[in-house]
Design a protein around this ligand. Sequence first.
Ligand code: FE
Length: 184
Amino acid sequence: MRIVDEVMNLLAGPGREAYLGEQVSQAEHALQAAWLAERDGAPDSLVISALLHDVGHLVLGALEDVAHRGIDAHHEDAGAAWLDKHFGPEVTGPARLHVAAKRYLCAVDPDYLDGLSDASKLSLTLQGGAMSPAEVTQFKLDPHHAPAVRLRRWDDEAKVPGLDVPGLEHYRSRIEAAAKAKGA
Ligand code: FE
């Protein structure tokens, strides 16, 4: 299946489900995150990473309400494994680190935790809470940590019910170009 069709099917199918206790669907969340990235002047690879950062939730499907059952399904790892089949490290890296970036921001920015949604605060506990100083040092060694922190900020904002943003077609050529760069 062509990559854009595969993304389309994921967003149109499992993507219609609610985003983990938020007021938007997974598809709305993905499209809002991508649009925030684009508006912020992010490179195409990071826009696509923002669009697909939660693809692990869609791939994991039935485990969708796991946070509410006290389980961390490590959706970032499932998502990175899927992304790695189709895209290069500039797309996969920031998405893989978007949960780590939340734990990092909780450690270095005292105001950050207050701004998180209730669902995101709940999942934070399951994800290990704020990073320790040693984890912060380790995180900053990852070449994708800076774009991951940018992605995380868009991720946190991309939860606005009814926000009018471009649909998936807007990103089609960039998804295809990023997949082609990987040779997929
Ligand atoms: Fe997200």
